[in-house]
Structure formats: structure tokens, C-alpha cells
Write a protein that binds this ligand. Sequence first.
Ligand code: 4NP
Length: 163
Amino acid sequence: MVKSSVLFVCLGNICRSPTAEGIFRQLVDEAGLSGRIEIDSAGTAGWHTGKGPDPRSCAMAGKYGVDITGLRARQLHQNDFERFRFVIALDRDNLKDIRAVAPAGHSASIKLLLDFVPGMEGQPVPDPYYGEEADFEETYRLARLGCEALLDAVRAELSAVSA
Ligand code: 4NP
């Protein structure tokens, strides 16, 4: 069976990318595709390695029925570019840092999450870490928009390859 894989990458892997991972896991589950799409998240920085997501992100995701409390932070690694078909940056700094780590000749598709949303190409999911509740709300909203559009793109590629 043809499979795909998605890695979400932000700076710390405790706010934005675990939020996106949790939302995307739920969407993929609901679509009955959890056996076909591998999903993970990572940070370009390793400061929070081994820690769970920020309590403010856990609370915001929980409010919308997405449980991210079991996720654990890790740092982006060179071999992620072999493991994952899509390496998805949350903002433009992440995108630059991801490209700096990517080994020559890799075949992963490296994109911003909101590139998948028509009319929002090039837009970041801003870092909420030093922000307020409204910033975490906005992270959740943008992550959901991006994940819904990303799932459409991943499904389209899966059906094109298996056709
Ligand atoms: P994230 O947010 O990249 O969305 O996980 C941040 C988390 C931690 C820090 C910065 C951003 N920090 O400076 O520790």
C-alpha cells in the first residue's frame, strides 16, 4: 500500500508544531487514513527535548477536543528528510532553519503550512510563546486551517500514486 508521512516543525516543538500534529492526527484518524500516513513533529531548537507541550497549547487544543498532552518534544534531525515525504514549517524562520539542516539530494517536500491554504501562501503561523491566550487561539485556528488543506494535498498525492 502506498504511504505518506508528514513532519511538522516549529522552533521549540512545544506550542505550534505539537498543536498541528494533534489536529492532523485527528483529521487523519477521522478520514480512516491513520495506517497510511505517518505523523510527527520536531523543533529546529533542542531546548525542550523530552518535554510535553506548553500547558497553554494543551489547554487550547483540549478546548477543541484535541489531546496533545502525550506528545514529547524532540529536535529536527538530518535523517528526518529520508523518513518524511512532507516537512512542514510553521513560520519562515523555521523554513530557513529546516533548509539549513536538510542534506544535499534529499527528496522531501519542504513547505510552509499555510502554503496549502489558497490565498494564505507564504503566511506564517506566528510564535505564541511570549503571547497571550488570544495568540494561542490564533495558533490553533491557523493550524487547523493549514492541516485541513494539507490533508487534501496528501490525499491527492496518495491517490495519484496509487492510481
Ligand atoms: P514553538 O514556540 O516554536 O511554537 O514551540 C516556542 C517555544 C519555546 C520557545 C520559543 C518558541 N522558547 O524560546 O523557549
